[in-house]
Design a protein around this ligand. Structure first.
Ligand code: FAD
Length: 519
């Protein structure tokens, strides 16, 4: 027997005008999942069950977005939806089509009075939600937004004068002062049983992708709290170490919420985790929130530079520019740290943050290609590809963002490699042609080649690959197999960094009508 105070699922207890307690039937509500594929710390889920109503867990595979998303992101999403389906006892309702049609149709079908969501903040998501809300209103159904993918909703943190922050450091200070809610408790939910179009198939991809879903996110986070947080401040910049949390993909899909991370960080610090490391990690989360805030106020930043830094004629185009872009995208620029990063991206759908900065700087300032081209390539491969983070980090590197690295800060791809991959392990891991080179030499293979032995680097590299991989390398008579295992030898640098840096700085000063003071 249910105790008197707990109405049956689908019923809510209210007092009548005469004071008598009675149960009313409530309609089902819909929880429309988007970038919040979890059940823990989910304020919109709490709101959806508030009246004890059964909840229809809905995911809409948007016809306009699903085919356009990269295979890596579709793979992650498909696996995350499968995990969410498990977590809801197989009740996840997947419907295909335009949410503007699908959501109102489902609301009518199940007799829902409310559709709950976590607020969307990206430009396209906001437009979609406005349209869906208007159509639902025609059916007398409310679209209720509770919470967002951020600890503090974009647009909330303002200066004393009520204007948005333009610069990260004061934003972070105000964000910390603003604070955030405690994680939402996980409610008891009665999932409604409604027809689904079925989970999407997991598309094939050549990349080795991380596990998807809320349980994987929580497991990864706990592992990082135990083994990665202490020392994070030092290790996070080292490309050769596994020194970061690898949570970006889980945050992107909302498999874990930033609020949970912030609460756990505070608890870890109270338990003795180093305050500096905690502060550094919190600061990285603040960057994520800052970028979402900037995009909230400047939706155009997803495709347009927020400020011009060089004259329009500074950008390369035509066949040579296309060839340079291809070399960059395939990891064949002849700059090992850049190439390692681009190959890590192709192989895993992820790239270390330090290397993202270096390859982005290389595209914009060494190859003189617009950041949007690089950002599109990243979005096509990153499993954590996220419009505010990707576009605004690109704008940061390109010097076109609100609070960006100055344009004249040009990353030196060799010096960065030597500093953040000091023994060359990262390069050797992703650029097998260079495995024969020891230590730092991998960062300057052309120099090594000219300076001293082995004078035939590529023969040496081939031998090393043979050592690492005992696959069939010989013909039946024992002679070397025809065709090299790596058909393309490692390329010579496609540009001279020192020269291209000067060109970039000249362009920068040309735009200002000023002479380069270093000239
Ligand atoms: C050119 C470029 C493109 C990028 N594109 C994306 C993207 O599409 N999606 C994305 O999530 N991140 C992007 N980043 C930011 C950053 O590289 C990744 O968030 C980070 O590498 C993810 O690894 P992690 O989770 O192990 O990071 P950790 O070091 O463990 O950091 C913890 C969390 O803090 C946040 N964070 C860390 N660094 C940044 C940063 N620079 N900006 C914003 N948030 C940050 C992330 O949510 C990250 O998961 C980009 C950076 C650059 C320079």
């Amino acid at each position: 027997m249910r105790p008197d105070t707990h109405p049956a699922p689908g019923f809510v207890r209210r007092r009548t005008a005469t004071g008598r307690a009675t149960s009313y039937r409530v309609g089902v509500s819909i929880l429309w999942f988007r970038r919040d594929l979890r059940l823990d710390d989910h304020p919109a889920l709490v709101a959806a069950v508030a009246d004890g109503a059964p909840v229809v867990p809905l995911y809409v595979l948007d016809d306009a977005l699903w085919p356009a998303a990269s295979a890596n992101r579709r793979s992650h999403l498909a696996r995350s939806l499968a995990a969410l389906d498990d977590a809801t006892g197989g009740r996840l309702v997947v419907r295909r089509g335009d949410p503007r049609e699908v959501v109102p149709a489902l609301a009518r079908e199940v007799g829902a009075s409310e559709v709950h969501v976590s607020a969307g903040h990206e430009p396209a998501g906001r437009r979609r939600d406005r349209d869906v809300a208007a159509r639902l209103a025609e059916l007398d159904v409310r679209l209720v937004a509770t919470g967002s993918p951020y600890a503090v909703s974009p647009g909330r943190v303002r200066t004393g004068g009520g204007t948005p922050y333009q610069v990260f450091t004061p934003f972070r200070r105000a964000w910390l002062d603003h604070g955030w809610r405690a994680p939402a408790p996980r409610p008891e939910v009665t999932w409604a049983d409604v027809r689904s179009d079925g989970l999407p198939a997991v598309p094939a991809t050549s990349a080795d992708l991380p596990e998807a879903g809320e349980a994987a996110a929580l497991a990864r986070w706990r592992e990082f709290l135990d083994d990665g947080l202490a020392g994070y401040g030092e290790a996070r910049d080292r490309a050769d170490l596994d020194g970061t949390s690898m949570l970006s993909v889980h945050l992107k899909w909302g498999e874990i919420h930033a609020r949970t991370l912030l609460a756990d960080l505070a608890a870890a610090q109270a338990d003795g985790a180093p305050a500096d490391d905690v502060a550094t990690f919190r600061s990285e989360l603040a960057w994520r929130e800052f970028h979402a805030d900037v995009l909230h106020h400047h939706p155009e930043a997803s495709s347009e530079s927020l400020r011009a830094v060089v004259p329009d004629d500074a950008w390369a185009d035509g066949p040579d520019a296309d060839a340079a872009f291809e070399a960059w995208a395939r990891g064949r620029t002849g700059y090992p740290f850049v190439d390692a990063g681009m190959r890590q991206l192709l192989a895993t759908g992820w790239m270390h943050n330090r290397v993202r900065m270096v390859v982005a700087s290389f595209l914009v300032k060494d190859l003189h290609l617009p950041w949007q081209r690089g950002a599109a390539h990243f979005m096509a491969h990153l499993v954590d590809g996220d419009v505010p983070q990707n576009q605004l980090n690109w704008q940061w590197v390109a010097g076109t963002g609100r609070d960006a690295a100055p344009y004249f800060r040009v990353f030196n791809p060799v010096a960065q490699g030597l500093r953040f991959d000091p023994d060359g392990d990262y390069v050797r891991r992703w650029v097998p042609e260079l495995r024969a080179l020891r230590g730092k030499a991998v960062h300057e293979p052309w120099k090594h080649r000219a300076d001293d032995a082995p004078d035939d680097l590529f023969a040496a590299a081939d031998r090393s690959v043979e050592d690492d991989d005992p696959g069939p390398r010989r013909d039946a008579d024992g002679s070397p197999a025809s065709g090299p295992r790596h058909p393309d030898p490692y390329p010579a640098p496609i540009v001279d960094h020192a020269h291209e840096r000067r060109v970039a700085l000249d362009d920068f000063h040309r735009a200002r009508g000023s002479a380069d003071p270093d000239r």
